[in-house]
Design a protein around this ligand. Structure first.
Ligand SMILES: [Mn+2]
Length: 324
């Protein structure tokens, strides 16, 4: 069994359907510690959110995403003529979180290292964005990795009085040497949501920003392709992090720190698909869903759709590599 993992509070239960109408949930099974293409890993923890003054509730994110995954549509994608039937996805359960944020991060890192050692692509479901530090540590300890943060915010805040918050993960990973600054890209910041000092700190380390307006000018697909090429920097590994607050509040009211402007669902789903399809991408996370503030589960449905589109990308990657 993966260290520090327990069965999820709520399992993904597939609806009863015909064999010729398989649903996404039919492709998800409990983890048996054997071979798999990808593993879901929930982290019901929002201590980093509340430590930063954010509104509590993201700890309920994994359960809400699992409920939404149970109703996340067909295994078949008509626009891409692609199926999830050849992809093996396990639910590794939820992390046994600790009271303390740093200890929770250590446990997540250990759980992820066990999954990575099995050759399984992890998909972490948050929880606060501070948890992405543990993913970057799990992947970047041997050699610094590249990363794309799809987010309204840079999340490179300095630690005040050594306090870890959901606004600090990428600064901590950059300072620890797990993340290569010249291969770090933030997709989607806009307007006046970030301090000048944070923008300058990021750029001084070689980090790049593609703002919401720049992404719209390039087109979502071209912008993500550019970000992936920068983050891979040749043939390096890349972690892609999706903060659901990168979507406009109209589409994602259920998050810790919403803003009125932001991506549309189709843009987020294109990013997730391209991340899954890219050979350099070694892990993915979906962070900051806060079901307490959701409306008719629309944010949870969007979060589940992003995970499903990452899986369609993985299926595309697998079928391309099998075809030579
Ligand atoms: Mn964030």
């Amino acid at each position: 069994m993966t260290p520090f993992m327990r069965r999820p509070a709520e399992e993904i239960v597939a609806p009863h359907t015909d064999a010729d109408d398989l649903r996404v949930a039919h492709r998800m099974r409990p983890d048996d510690s054997g071979d798999a293409d990808a593993a879901l890993l929930g982290v019901p923890f929002d201590g980093g959110v509340t430590a930063g003054g954010g509104r509590a509730g993201a700890a309920a994110g994994p359960a809400a995403v699992r409920r939404a995954l149970a109703r996340a549509g067909s295994v078949y994608h008509l626009e891409r003529d692609l199926s999830l039937e050849g992809l093996d996805v396990v639910d590794a359960g939820d992390l046994e979180v600790a009271e303390e944020t740093a200890e929770t991060h250590r446990r997540l890192e250990a759980a992820l290292q066990a999954l990575l050692a099995r050759g399984v692509t992890p998909i972490v479901i948050g929880g606060g964005h501070d948890l992405t530090y543990a993913s970057l540590a799990a992947l970047g300890k041997a050699a610094a990795i590249g990363a794309i943060n799809i987010d309204a915010h840079l999340d490179v805040r300095p630690l005040r009085e050594a306090r870890i918050t959901s606004g600090t993960p990428f600064r901590r990973a950059l300072e620890a040497g797990y993340l290569d600054g010249s291969r770090f890209v933030v997709l989607g910041p806009h307007g006046n949501r970030n301090a000048r000092s944070h923008v300058e700190w990021l750029r001084a380390r070689g980090g790049r920003i593609l703002s919401l307006t720049e992404v719209r000018r390039l087109g979502a697909g071209a912008a993500m392709a550019t970000a992936l090429a920068w983050a891979a920097g040749g043939d390096g590994e890349v972690f892609v992090s999706l903060d659901i607050d990168s979507a406009a509040q109209a589409y994602a009211p259920g998050c810790s720190a919403p803003s009125p402007e932001g991506f549309r669902p189709e843009e987020l789903l294109a990013f997730a698909f391209l991340a899954g399809a890219h050979a350099a991408v070694a892990g993915f996370d979906l962070m900051e869903l806060n079901p307490r503030f959701d409306l008719d589960d629309r944010t949870a449905a969007l979060a589940a759709a992003a995970i499903v589109h990452f899986l369609f990308g993985l299926a595309n990657r697998k079928s391309s590599s099998a075809g030579g």
